[in-house]
Ligand binder design. Structure first.
Ligand code: PMP
Length: 445
C-alpha cells in the first residue's frame, strides 16, 4: 500500500500510529515516509532518494537489504518460523552464540539472547544483582551509571541512564542508583578529534568516593557506554575504560559495558572491549548483531558469571528471566548471515580504514555557522550546534531538517547532530553526507 500523501487523506493514514521518540504532531504535518531501501539509500513515498547517514538507527551497519541477509530470512521463514525459547532450541541460535562470543575478548564466552538493547541492559543489571546474591553477597544491589548515559527505556535502563528527559516523567525509578560524571569537559575537550589526552584520575576519584560512601559490599555493578551514543557522541579520554575496569575489579564490582552501538564494527573494531583492550564482566549488544533486520539483542557474559549461575542451577536455582522471542529463528538466521558478511567482506577493517578520512571530513565543519563542538570515534560523530535562546536544541532539529532537504538523513538529539555512516561507506558517501550537513548548517538561520 502506498501512502496517499494528499492533505485530505494524510490525516486518516497517519493518525493511529503513536510514533516513538518523535514529535508526533510535527511529523504528521510533514511526514517522512521510507517506502524502500537498498544499499546506502532510502527511497521515500514522495519519490526522493535519501542517503542513510545514520545506518538506520545505528543498526544497519552493512547498509540495507544485503542479499545474503534477505535470503537467510526468507529461507528461515520457510523452514522454522518459531521455536519455543524455553526448554527448546534450534540450530542457528547455538551457532550464532558461538560466532558472537568468538568476537569478544577473554572469557566473554556465553550469550543470553533478548530482543533489543533495552532488554539487554535490564537483563545485564538483573544478572549482576542475581550473580552476587547467588555467591552469598546479596547486599550488592546498588548500581552506578553515568550522567548522559543511555541504556534503553526499560525501568532498569532509565534508572542507570543519565538523560533527564528519559527519566523525569517516570516516577521514582530503581532505588540505590548513583551516576558518575561524564568524562568530558568542553572547556578543554571541545573539537578534539578522537580520544582526548586528559587525566582521567579525577573521574576515578569520584567513583572511589561513591564506593567509599556506600561501601563496596553494597554495589553490584557499574554500567557505561564506551562512548555516549544517543547522548550526542561524546568520547571519553584515553585510558578511561581501562581505569574503570581496574577500579571496579579492585572492589569486586561488575563492569557492564553497553555495546549496543559500538558492537559489530562502529569503532572500526569488532567491539569496544577489543578496541580498548578491556574485558568487562558483561557486555550488552543489539542493533547491528543482525544488521537491524529482525529485532535482537544479547548480554554476553564472562565465564565466571555463567559458571556462577550453572552451579546454582545444579542446586535447583535458575536465572528466572527470558523472553518469548529470545533467540528467535528469524533473528538468528539474519544474525548468522550478517556476521558472515562482516567477516567475508572485511567490514570492520574497512571501517577502521575510513575512520581517519571521516574524522577529517567531520572536523572540516568546525567553522560553519552555529557549530560549537565536534567529536568523533571510528565511524561515529557528533556535531553540537548552539541552541536558540529559550529553545535549547531547536536549532539541532532545524539543521537535521535542512540536511534532510539535501537528501541526507542524520539524527538530531537536542542540540547534538549525530552522523553514523554505513560501515561500507567510501569517500564518496562520506563527502556527500558532510557536504549536506554543511549545507544544512548554512541554510539554518
Ligand atoms: N543502549 C545503547 C547504548 C543504545 O544506544 C540503545 C539504543 N540507541 C539502547 C541501549 C536501547 O536499544 P533499543 O532501542 O534496541 O531498546
Amino acid at each position: 500500500m502506498t501512502l496517499d500523501n494528499s492533505p485530505e487523506r494524510r490525516n486518516d493514514w497517519l493518525q493511529s500510529y503513536w510514533m516513538p521518540f518523535t514529535p508526533n504532531k510535527a511529523f504528521k504535518a510533514a511526514p517522512r515516509i521510507y517506502e524502500r531501501a537498498e544499499g546506502h539509500y532510502y527511497y521515500t513515498s514522495e519519490g526522493t532518494k535519501v542517503l542513510d547517514a545514520f545506518s538506520g538507527l545505528w543498526c544497519c551497519n552493512l547498509g540495507h537489504r544485503h542479499p545474503k541477509i534477505v535470503e537467510a530470512i526468507k529461507a528461515q521463514a520457510d523452514e522454522l518460523d518459531y521455536a519455543n525459547a524455553f526448554n527448546f532450541g534450534h540450530p542457528k541460535v547455538f551457532e550464532l552464540a558461538n560466532v558472537v562470543a568468538d568476537q569478544f575478548p577473554g572469557d566473554l564466552n556465553h550469550v543470553f539472547f533478548v530482543n533489543s538493547g533495552s532488554e539487554a541492559a535490564d537483563t545485564a543489571l538483573k544478572m549482576a544483582i542475581a550473580y552476587h546474591r547467588l555467591r552469598g553477597e546479596g547486599t550488592r544491589t546498588r548500581l552506578i551509571g553515568r550522567v548522559n548515559g543511555y541504556h534503553g527505556v526499560g525501568f532498569g535502563g532509565i534508572s542507570v541512564g543519565g538523560m533527564v528527559n528519559n527519566r523525569k516523567f517516570f516516577g521514582s525509578l530503581l532505588p540505590g542508583v548513583d551516576h558518575m560524571s561524564f568524562p568530558y569537559d568542553p572547556a578543554t575537550q571541545a573539537f578534539t578529534p578522537g580520544e582526548a589526552e586528559v587525566d582521567v584520575e579525577p573521574y576515578m576519584r569520584e567513583l572511589e568516593a561513591m564506593i567509599a560512601l556506600h561501601d563496596a559490599s553494597t554495589i553490584a555493578a557499574v554500567i557505561v557506554e564506551p562512548f555516549a551514543g544517543s547522548g550526542g557522541v561524546f568520547v571519553p579520554p584515553k585510558n578511561y575504560l581501562k581505569r574503570l575496569r581496574e577500579v571496579t575489579k579492585k572492589h569486586g564490582i561488575l563492569l557492564i559495558v553497553d555495546e549496543v552501538i559500538s558492537g559489530f564494527g562502529r569503532m572500526g573494531s569488532p567491539n569496544a572491549a577489543t578496541y580498548f583492550g578491556v574485558e568487562p564482566d558483561i557486555v550488552t549488544v543489539a542493533k547491528a548483531i543482525n544488521n537491524g533486520a529482525v529485532p535482537m539483542g544479547a548480554a554476553i557474559v564472562g565465564k565466571h558469571i555463567y559458571d556462577g549461575f550453572m552451579d546454582a542451577s545444579a542446586a535447583g536455582v535458575e536465572f528466572f528471566h527470558g523472553y518469548t522471542y529470545s533467540g528467535h529463528p528469524l533473528a538468528a538466521a539474519a544474525g548468522l548471515a550478517a556476521q558472515e558478511v562482516f567477516r567475508e567482506e572485511g567490514v570492520y577493517a574497512h571501517a577502521a580504514e575510513m575512520s581517519d578520512y571521516f574524522e577529517q571530513a567531520v572536523h572540516s565543519l568546525k567553522d560553519e555557522p552555529h557549530v560549537v563542538d565536534i567529536r568523533n570515534i571510528g565511524l561515529a560523530a557528533g556535531v553540537t550546534v548552539s541552541g536558540r535562546e529559550g529553545a535549547p536544541g531547536a536549532r539541532g532539529n532545524d539543521v537535521f531538517l535542512k540536511t534532510y532537504e539535501k537528501g541526507v538523513a542524520v539524527r538530531a538529539n537536542g542540540e547534538h547532530l549525530a552522523i553514523a555512516p554505513i560501515l561500507t561507506s567510501g569517500k564518496a558517501e562520506i563527502d556527500m553526507m558532510i557536504d549536506a550537513v554543511r549545507a544544512g548548517l548554512r541554510a539554518t538561520a
